[in-house]
Design a protein around this ligand. Structure first.
Ligand code: G3I
Length: 318
């Protein structure tokens, strides 16, 4: 049966995966599945600040370029991830005063976005990542504490200046349903767009867990954002479970994957779905949530799971 990307393309959507540079460089199965099944890629880590500008003004694009070159060779789009975040940002940034921090942020955005501005594969960016707390307050990150909420508008303006054609996104987790956090982002995006700040897109990470239930108002939430005039996208989908796997947990997981893909398919403004990896061999989940895992659509031996079939059939319109 046809790969995921064939069905997604027929529906005018992308189906993507976050990729890690190490297996991309040395594992044939990893490369082959990534290229065959997906038409969009996000760098899992290689475009983050600690990779691209580990010390001030010293840029390193080796990992980022490897991802972009792989995408170009395989006719995949690249979503840049991520420019302004509180994690994986070097200490030298965090310790700057306000004026120097703002300048460093603008320079970082200018250099990283600018490098790929003329590259047709790189079409969009997570400009600001995880700026809110679950209760809807601004996250009191070093960005917010030093620069105040204005850093968000400044970051989007800098990204637009660096690439007028790139689609610029704000991205967060626990925002799939209608809740305090998603409403805070909704209000911010509405206000920024009224002020002419170039926010084009909202990313919903969608790190789900079968034990917490599925957010049944997901499609409704996507629709309210779409009504603001922005693109929406699923940026980091995975569905973890308490280990060990069982056929019953796999089946529940498959329904979550199917529901997410169906929600995106039902919303015209939803550009596509990116899964945060594809094989359980490489996933952030076990490192972060002790005892949990098996969150992806291939097992650790690159065998397709029921969640693969669910994604496939939802993309195929089944
Ligand atoms: O590269 C170093 C290596 O040199 C070192 O020996 C090793 C020892 O710990 O660490 C390696 O870095 C790790 C890096 O991944 C690359 O593998 C970090 O420790 C580890 O913390 C880091 O985790 C990443 C995480 O973001 C950190 O913030 C995950 O791979 C990545 O999947 C995850 O992705 C985030 C998204 O960017 C934003 N949304 C949430 C999502 C999941 O946390």
């Amino acid at each position: 049966s046809a790969p995921l990307r064939t069905h997604a393309a027929a529906r005018g959507k992308f189906i993507g995966a976050a990729l890690a540079t190490s297996p991309l460089s040395n594992e044939n199965s990893y490369r082959t599945i990534a290229a065959t099944e997906f038409n969009q890629v996000t760098a899992e880590n290689a475009m983050k600040w600690d990779s691209t500008e580990p010390s001030q003004g010293q840029f390193n694009f080796s990992g980022a370029d490897a991802i972009v070159n792989f995408a170009t060779q395989n006719d995949m789009q690249v979503h840049g991830h991520t420019l302004v975040w509180h994690n994986q940002t070097p200490g030298w940034v965090q310790n700057l005063g306000a004026s120097a921090m703002r300048t460093a942020m603008q320079n970082h955005i200018s250099q990283v976005v600018g490098r790929y501005a003329d590259n047709p594969a790189v079409v969009s960016w997570d400009v600001v990542n995880e700026a809110f707390e679950d209760n809807g307050n601004y996250r009191t990150s070093f960005w917010y504490n030093t620069l105040g909420q204005g850093y968000i508008a400044d970051a989007f303006r800098a990204a637009r200046a660096a690439d007028p054609d790139a689609r610029l996104c704000i991205n967060d987790y626990n925002t799939e349903g209608i809740n305090a956090k998603s409403t805070a982002i909704y209000n911010l995006v509405s206000s920024l767009r009224q002020q002419g700040v170039p926010v084009d897109c909202v990313g919903f990470q969608t790190h789900l867990a079968i034990q917490y239930g599925f957010p049944n108002d997901f499609q409704q939430n996507l629709e309210r954002f779409a009504a603001l005039g922005v693109q929406v996208r699923i940026t980091e989908l995975d569905v973890r479970m308490q280990m060990p796997r069982s056929s019953s947990k796999d089946a529940t997981q498959a329904t979550y994957y199917r529901n997410v893909v169906n929600a995106c398919m039902a919303v015209t403004a939803c550009a596509g779905v990116t899964i945060w990896g594809f094989t359980d061999k490489y996933s952030w989940v076990p490192d972060t949530f002790s005892g949990q895992g098996a969150a992806l659509i291939y097992d650790e031996n690159y065998q397709q799971k029921p969640s693969y079939t669910a994604v496939h059939d939802a993309l195929a319109g089944g």
